[in-house]
Design a protein around this ligand. Structure first.
Ligand code: CA
Length: 88
């Protein structure tokens, strides 16, 4: 492996690691803020849903909680959480 390939591999590994930790980047420009944490990280009690209190850890999730809580049950399930990650 030459030096260039080494740097390329290191860059790809770093990109993969970052994408696993951060499903979306924080607020950029006019785009809606997106989480910097994962569903599993926020779901502290592991009940497969995120409460308003659990969401407080991530600014973007907290800000957009009511918007993405489609069934208005006061929790975000995985499908609802995905709406935070999507660009739309
Ligand atoms: Ca919900």
């Amino acid at each position: 492996m030459d030096i260039f390939s080494g740097y390329l591999a290191a860059g790809l590994i770093a990109a993969c690691l970052c994408s696993g930790v951060t499903p979306g980047l924080a607020h950029q420009g006019s785009e809606k803020p997106r989480p910097v944490t994962t569903f599993g990280y926020l779901d502290v009690d592991k009940d497969a849903r995120i409460s308003k209190q659990e969401a407080r850890v991530d600014w973007a999730v907290n800000q957009r909680f009511a918007e993405v809580d489609r069934n208005r049950d006061g929790y975000l399930d995985q499908e609802e959480f995905k709406r935070l990650i999507r660009k739309d």
